[in-house]
Design a protein around this ligand. Structure first.
Ligand SMILES: Nc1ncnc2c1ncn2[C@@H]1O[C@H](COP(=O)(O)OP(=O)(O)O)[C@@H](O)[C@H]1O
Ligand SMILES: O=C(O)C1=C[C@@H](OP(=O)(O)O)[C@@H](O)[C@H](O)C1
Ligand SMILES: [Mg+2]
Length: 168
């Protein structure tokens, strides 16, 4: 079998990592995993429950452990938006493939997602969405092998563009 590396999707909540990841895996005949699912299965709780029972830093710590130890050959890996807070986790994922940053403007994210307050984002309660957005951009850029601008693209267009970039 041809040695195909994995593809790791990073970006803000609402950027399309989970939605696009499944479509990409199907297109490339790769396996698919959403690391949010790995976390929930390991803990036996939803992400929102983990935050409610402890705090957002605990969720980030659990996420860091999960992505630092995951072995995911020939996968499309959809991460959670906070994965980039774990240097060890990102180093492990990067060793396994190409990291793609799905870049969306704050306005586009707000148009797509209406439940930012109840979505279980791993941030301090007092931190605004805009502040979190700004803080994370540098981290996403730091780890990205490929950056895909997703503003104004529908799912099919984003998928086509991504396939082109991966092949090019
Ligand atoms: N171009 C696009 N790419 C990805 N998702 C899109 C796009 N346009 C609209 N959406 C919608 O935005 C949402 C993205 O959510 P999701 O895939 O859960 O993102 P993430 O996993 O990055 O948080 C979905 O409801 C999806 O249908
Ligand atoms: O950005 C974040 O802080 C988070 C994003 C979520 O995943 P998505 O990015 O897939 O929404 C999930 O991991 C968790 O609720 C925390
Ligand atoms: Mg997701």
């Amino acid at each position: 079998m041809k040695k195909i590396k994995s593809i790791i999707l990073i970006g803000m909540p609402g950027a399309g990592k989970s939605t696009l990841g499944v479509l990409l895996a199907k297109e490339l005949a790769l396996d698919f995993i959403d690391t949010d699912v790995l976390i929930q299965a390991r803990e036996g709780k939803t992400l929102q429950e983990i935050i409610a029972d402890s705090d957002y830093l605990n969720l980030r710590a659990i996420e860091g452990e999960v992505i630092a130890t995951a072995q995911l050959p020939r996968h499309v890996v959809s991460t959670g938006g906070s994965a980039v807070y774990s240097a060890e986790g990102m180093a492990n994922l990067r060793e396994q493939g190409t990291v793609v940053f799905l870049q969306c403007s704050a306005d586009e994210l707000r148009r797509r997602i209406h439940n930012y307050e109840s979505r279980g984002i791993a941030k301090a309660p007092e931190q605004s969405f805009e502040d979190l957005f700004a803080e994370r951009q540098a981290l996403y850029r730091k780890y990205a092998d490929i950056t895909l601008s997703c503003d104004g693209l529908d799912l099919q267009q984003a998928l086509d563009e991504l396939l082109q970039r991966l092949q090019g």
